[in-house]
Write a protein that binds this ligand. Sequence first.
Ligand SMILES: Cc1cc2nc3c(=O)[nH]c(=O)nc-3n(C[C@H](O)[C@H](O)[C@H](O)COP(=O)(O)OP(=O)(O)OC[C@H]3O[C@@H](n4cnc5c(N)ncnc54)[C@H](O)[C@@H]3O)c2cc1C
Length: 440
Amino acid sequence: MEERFDCIIVGGGIAGLSAAMVLARADARFLLLERGEFCGAKNVSGGVLWGTDLARLVPDYWEAEAGFERFVNHRRLTLMDETSAFSVDFKSADFDETPYMGLTVLRARFDEWFASQVQSVIDAGSNAEESLLATDILVEELVQEDGRVVGIRTGDEVFHSNCVILAEGVNNLLTRQIGLEPAHVPADHVAVGVKEVIRFPESSLAERFQLRGLSGLTNEFVGYASRGVEGGGFLYTNRDSVSIGLVLAMKDLREKRQKPYDILNDFKSHPVVADMIEGGEVLEYSAHVVSTGDVTAVPERLYADGVLVAGEAAHLLLNSGKAIQGMDYAMRSGILAAGTVLSARESESFDSGTLAAYQQALDDSYLMRDLRSFHSAVEVFHSETMYKKVPDVLCEFGRQFFGIGNEPTPKARDMMKAAVKQHASMWEMAKLGYKAARSL
Ligand SMILES: Cc1cc2nc3c(=O)[nH]c(=O)nc-3n(C[C@H](O)[C@H](O)[C@H](O)COP(=O)(O)OP(=O)(O)OC[C@H]3O[C@@H](n4cnc5c(N)ncnc54)[C@H](O)[C@@H]3O)c2cc1C
């Protein structure tokens, strides 16, 4: 008889590996197919994995030689103009506690480690011979019979399963193949992320960013960082390097005829940023498409007969200015998708009526709730007033407030009025303040 898996997972990124871990722990028979040479080989992320779901999948991960770089206990949000930077800075010993609320990761290392954890659970189970994580395999097509997905095709080979989890990331060709997303994704639903990894000797990195043990800093940047293009920048500390980069709206880049790499170079040579990365050695440069975090980009239905869509393939990502949350959303949706497959296996039904429970579980989870509730925050963050004028106003104010001379000093209120007048109007600022207060 032809082999039939309980589930085939397409993609060995965070969503796919999280689903695989849940299936492996339940001793299900599954196949995960990843097109990269190894899990993580094709992935780009800033990146901070937020939340504590990893501890659900790999309990006490921090005790082993884990695949993360640093835990986050120090956060900074910087608004910059051409010469200055105004920051809000928060550090807390409460964030030193495990399970950590944020981990900086380099995906090539993290995903490979995560895959090895899944493999060891598979090896310890009774289906060790029948479940497989296979790399270097591109899934070219979903196989359908009578309108339901029954497996996948790669090259000349077809593999059958009761259910397929599409965890293929933002370039979701298979999700489009079965019509769960239109063939052409609107340009304002995607952005481009560019990133460099810059190495420093570990001790110099620790001194430079006041790191202790494996503690780490995340710094988000708004304003001049993106040189007038919708988006923002980031700098995250790894063990002996920093990840520095930008996420820029595709549509705005095109309209303003700007090139991401030129903007990244300008960002790196901003006086404040240049001081942070002085003397480092660029190890790698990468670019990747990323969702903008607009809830309206999430397809209406993330399931059909025999198939579920998880992670960024479903545009599950929030970018509200405070952080990018794509990896934790991928993790949680992978967990929920695998949980739905296990329930469907019990009821021996993999039709859309049964798999609809996945969408319900997503709707009830923090991720869809946050995506909906912060929809207007995303709009505020992506408005020109926010990513351009507010940083200009604050930096102007900062120059006056923190600069001390031999002239009579105006009151802070008057300084702020003057700064607003120079870059925007009171009405514009009041409107933004009102919207921000309501949406955040
Ligand atoms: C520059 C940048 C910075 C970011 N920063 C952050 C951050 O700080 N925090 C955060 O949470 N998120 C961040 N993100 C977003 C985050 O990286 C994604 O949301 C997350 O990786 C999505 O996970 P995923 O598993 O859904 O998809 P992916 O990680 O993209 O994994 C999909 C996998 O599927 C494989 N695949 C695709 N098609 C096929 C196929 N047909 N056959 C076989 N394999 C296939 C791919 O090779 C890939 O390994 C950032 C993204 C970028 C680009």
